[in-house]
Design a protein around this ligand. Structure first.
Ligand SMILES: [Zn+2]
Length: 464
């Protein structure tokens, strides 16, 4: 099996690759609010024809217009320049070649690519996506790179845990390093103990495919350092605090934070942002065996803090705490971590918004704005220090899971903050999975807060 990076294809055609062998159908976008005035300018025949198709230019609605010689597609939209404008079309229009009749934004074109996504690893797709002629005025390479990055994230999440164990995740990151000429180091198995990563080791040691810390570094040494960290729990049984069937069913996605960080790293390197990038992925399967870590055990973290295990299902923060303290050692300007960390964050903001925590309010405000512009919503949550009391242990420096049923996403973030120094840091607690299909956002693995952070890095380090 090839790695995921080599399999990505995108549903666009370059304008100069059109040779006339295939008809190109124009797509006319009409805003719902402007539909009546638009319709009034059409011929009686066209009005009657659209009426027969009950077309009212609702978002996602489309209809045929014209005759055999000059057939067009008319598509409704809500006037927002977002992912949904074109995201519903590639798998609803008949397969073929299409061309927009008016200018759209890069983000809207990214939506076309994201809406064409299908996960084909285990099942042949029922149909191919419609293809769009890329308008020459848009930034083709940036659009393609965004679609490829997010498709990569989705593929990694959607892949079954049997094929996305820690060693597979390592192979994907190694392939990424090979593609862009980056360095990739791995600390694996008992070597984690030699490197004082007792928390990563504890989480993953019961699995056949052992725990590891994967460390990719790319870019010029004198560029500003930005470090991404992603939680790579390739399957989360809960450990000895076993999850119920309903909670375990989707746990192949518990490496969604790693997948998002990998997708973002792909985009940064493909776009050649002038930063010194580091990607740290602690990867482990939270499995059960005789050597599994137990409630009441105390693990020794890389930072030197001891952590009493209250619950083996709060394992993500254990992986992250070692990776974050290593991330701080070379003093990057920014650290972003992504993790499918708590059900509490899902209760707070649901599956479609990334819960965001940061020790820097200006950074949080800027990322929030980028999220709005990029149709990639994030919401700023409080690092309410008063709640640190919930992390106190009677036998160790910290406990890994608070006994209280309240503010679970906040106490998880506070736990992580104990392993951060003075660096600017942002933590995303994400679902990494669409529980319903929307235009441009199919059900399944999803990259949340990827475009928002990329846009911020681009604005900060490589402004146009
Ligand atoms: Zn867990």
């Amino acid at each position: 099996m090839k790695n995921e990076i080599e399999q990505i294809t995108t549903p666009y055609v370059q304008a100069n690759d059109i040779d006339g062998s295939e008809p190109v159908t124009p797509i006319i976008l009409v805003e719902t609010a402007n539909f009546s005035s638009w319709l009034a300018l059409r011929s009686n025949d066209e009005q009657a024809w659209l009426n027969r198709q009950a077309f009212t230019a609702q978002p996602g609605q489309w209809a045929w217009l014209g005759n055999d010689q000059a057939t067009s597609i008319i598509a409704g939209w809500n006037g927002q320049k977002d992912i949904a404008t074109l995201g519903g079309l590639p798998l609803r229009l008949p397969p073929g070649l299409y061309q927009l009749t008016e200018t759209v934004s890069d983000l809207q074109l990214i939506g076309w690519g994201l809406g064409a996504y299908q996960f084909n690893r285990y099942k042949t797709a029922k149909r191919s996506a419609a293809r769009l002629v890329m308008p020459p005025a848009n930034n083709t390479s940036s659009i393609l790179n965004h679609v490829e990055a997010i498709s990569l994230t989705r593929d990694l999440i959607n892949t079954s845990a049997q094929d996305m164990a820690p060693s597979h995740l390592q192979a994907e990151i190694q392939a990424l390093a090979d593609l862009f000429g980056a360095d990739c180091d791995v600390i694996e198995g008992d070597a984690l103990l030699d490197n004082n990563c007792g928390a990563i080791h504890a989480v993953g040691r019961a699995a056949t495919d052992g725990p590891r810390l994967i460390d990719l570094q790319w870019g010029h040494a004198d560029h500003p350092k930005v470090t991404l960290v992603g939680k790579g729990v390739t399957f989360d049984s809960g450990g000895l605090n076993l999850k119920p069937a309903s909670g375990m069913r989707t746990m192949k996605k518990d490496m969604g934070g790693a997948a998002t960080a990998i997708g973002l790293a792909y985009l940064i390197m493909a776009e050649a942002l002038p930063i010194r990038l580091r990607l740290l992925v602690p990867a482990a399967e939270n499995a059960i065996a005789g050597n599994a870590f137990r409630p009441g055990d105390v693990v020794h973290t890389h930072k030197g803090l001891t952590v009493e295990i209250d619950n083996t299902d709060a394992e993500g923060r254990l992986l992250l705490c070692d990776a974050l303290s290593i991330a701080c050692e070379d003093e990057p300007e920014l650290i972003f971590d992504y993790a499918t960390l708590t059900g509490s964050a899902r209760s707070a903001v649901g599956a479609e918004v990334a819960a965001m925590f940061s020790n820097d309010t200006a950074l949080a405000n800027a990322i929030h704005t980028c999220g709005q512009i990029q149709d990639d919503p994030v919401w700023h949550m409080p690092l309410h220090q008063e709640y640190s009391y919930m992390l106190e242990s009677k036998v160790a420096d910290l406990v890994n899971s608070a006994a209280s049923p309240y503010a679970g996403a906040v106490t998880a973030a506070l736990f992580l903050q104990k392993f951060i120094g003075t660096q600017k840091w942002m933590h995303f607690d994400i679902m990494a999975f669409n529980v319903r299909a929307r235009p441009g956002r199919p059900e399944g693995g999803e990259a949340l807060a990827l475009r928002a952070v990329y846009a911020y890095l681009k604005d900060t380090y490589d402004p146009v």
